[in-house]
Ligand binder design. Structure first.
Ligand code: GLN
Length: 541
């Protein structure tokens, strides 16, 4: 039996039919709606994979690795929660199978279960419940949204579903826990009939595990017809007001309003008997409105190697939404594969871009293409923002082509280079283990007052999130600055270079940290906003 604090409520969000239904956005939107009624909300993501965290995963397979203040390398959904809830989460808010099993196995070795056979039920399930409750309660929130990754029926998610089923029973059925099931309603035939069978089947599957959904959020291209809502309500035993339609939205930031208009917020508040205030969604609605009503458009080329999966760069995409809303401008992002640039020179996208972004990345592939893109931006005075790897790339390009350091490189890509202008951080030299071992998380950066960064941040001391092993080699700093690559942001002890700027260029700014991770609606990343404003100037004068 698990103990929980009086009054703490849990909303479990599961997914059925197919993956990629926008469970993360549904969870985040519900959180935002409760927050708009004065309720304190937090969120947890459960990922049923064996990795202990997302840090060792290729973005191409799993999307971006989102970095938290505490240095946690997490699933990208934590980024959605932070952006929608305007909270800062910790790595404990991302629970994975690997994390849970590791803990249980460590406890077993310590002798904590001495004499017992250690099993999935109850030992793993108890650990899952413990982690959820401990993390949720530590935040002091009223409601914790727990999103279960994967699709109901997957072998991997079984222990998690079993654990939350137990939580519901142990905490008094229906009083403390609420289940939201997201499904897909496909459209068939010439007349475009909305089909409920996949939803019925996935609810059946959920029930077989012992979970009856309280709310069904059904994704479909168009809003659900009333008769379809009725049918789902009848077949799945959910009240009609709890069948919520999630049609394609103009922007993800409209989803809270779409759900709210169907009464989901009142339904949840009613079920939990929460003390809620009247709704305040004014700023959110204003922001969401500005995103879809821009008065101009600019093009920004994002030059990277994971360009075939938009989710690999999701925080940059969102940072441009935030900056775009602020500047009344739509950012048309052009994804440019750096390998193509490497082989064929600047692509059409690069030639027509009003701004260029080189994001973070690892490994050799496409590096020379990125260096060419940074050189193209510098020489043609196209606004440029380099983030993490993009900062290192700008440094290499400057060394090679302005300072004439032939073959200058990062030791990540060319260990034998004669000019190692980017080199391993000293504390990384003896690191052998790959997981959670980079320079990670929020670190202070001191910003010089006579800089673009200072104008944009409005402060000479900022906290930004990091994830890197390499840095600008301190041995070349003076030479760089004499040649005009000015380091306007440094670590508090002045040893690490954090921001580089070219004064002779309209906007050529690069940073070792990742400003995209802290960008939020109505609080855009200053450096993305700076790039956007410079791109507007580049295009419209
Ligand atoms: N590969 C580079 C490093 O480890 C850049 C990392 C990044 O862009 N996140 O320093």
């Amino acid at each position: 039996m698990v103990e929980s604090r009086d009054g703490m409520k849990y909303i479990f969000v599961t997914g059925g039919v197919i993956s990629g239904l926008g469970k993360g956005i549904t969870s985040s939107s519900i959180g935002r709606l409760l927050k708009s009624r004065g309720i304190k909300v937090t969120a947890i993501k459960i990922d049923p994979y064996l990795n202990c965290d997302a840090g060792t995963m290729n973005p191409f397979e799993h999307g971006e690795v989102f970095v938290l203040d505490d240095g946690g390398e997490a699933d990208l959904d934590l980024g959605n929660y932070e952006r929608f809830l305007d909270v800062s989460l910790t790595s404990n808010h991302n629970i994975t199978t690997g994390k849970v099993y590791r803990l249980v196995i460590e406890k077993e070795r310590m002798g904590e279960y001495l004499g017992k056979t250690v099993q999935i039920i109850p030992h793993i399930t108890n650990e899952i419940k413990n982690q959820i409750i401990t993390v949720a309660e530590a935040t002091g929130a009223d409601v914790c949204i727990v999103e279960l990754g994967g699709t109901v029926g997957d072998i991997e998610s079984m222990p998690f579903l079993e654990a939350v089923r137990q939580m519901n029973t142990e905490m008094g059925k229906g009083e403390t826990c609420l289940f939201v099931h997201t499904t897909l309603v496909p459209v068939m035939g010439a007349v475009g009939e909305q089909k409920t069978k996949p939803t019925q089947h996935s609810v059946k599957e959920l029930r077989a595990i012992g979970i009856q959904p309280d709310i069904i959020v059904a994704r479909a291209k168009e809003p659900l017809e009333e008769s379809i809502k009725k049918k789902i309500s009848l077949f799945c035993d959910v009240p009609i007001e709890a069948v919520v339609s999630a049609p394609d939205a103009r922007s993800i930031y409209d989803v809270p309003m779409i759900l709210n208009d169907q009464g989901i917020t009142d339904f949840i508040i009613g079920r939990f008997k929460l003390n809620a205030k009247s709704q305040d969604l004014v700023d959110w609605k204003d922001f969401a409105h500005r995103i879809v009503n821009p008065n101009k458009t600019v093009r920004i080329a994002l030059v990277g190697k994971y360009t075939h999966l938009v989710d690999s760069y999701i925080s940059h995409v969102e940072a441009f939404h935030h900056a775009g809303a602020e500047a009344g401008t739509k950012v048309e992002l052009l994804f440019v594969d750096s390998e193509v640039v490497q082989h064929f020179g600047p692509t059409d996208e690069l030639l027509k871009a009003d701004g260029i972004l080189i994001p973070g990345g690892f490994g050799n592939r496409g590096i020379e293409g990125k260096i060419m893109a940074a050189g193209f931006a510098r020489e043609n005075k196209v606004p440029y923002l380099g983030v993490c790897l993009g900062f290192q790339i700008a440094t290499i390009e400057f060394a090679r082509n302005v300072m004439d350091f032939k073959g200058a490189n990062s030791t990540e890509f060319a260990p034998e280079t004669g000019y190692p202008v980017v080199d391993l951080l000293p504390e990384q030299k003896h690191v052998t283990k790959k997981g959670a071992s980079m320079r990670l998380g929020a670190q202070p950066v001191v910003v010089a007052e006579n800089s673009k960064a200072f104008q944009l941040y409005g402060s000479n001391l900022i906290m930004e999130r990091h994830r890197h092993r390499y840095e600008v080699n301190p041995k070349y700093i003076e030479e760089f600055e004499t040649a005009g690559w000015r380091f306007t942001g440094r670590s508090a002890d002045s040893v690490r270079m954090e921001i580089g700027e070219l004064d002779s260029h309209p906007y050529y700014v690069a940073c070792q940290f990742h400003p995209e991770f802290k960008s939020r609606p109505n609080k855009p990343s200053p450096l993305h906003l700076g790039l956007l404003k410079a791109a507007i100037k580049h295009r419209f004068g």
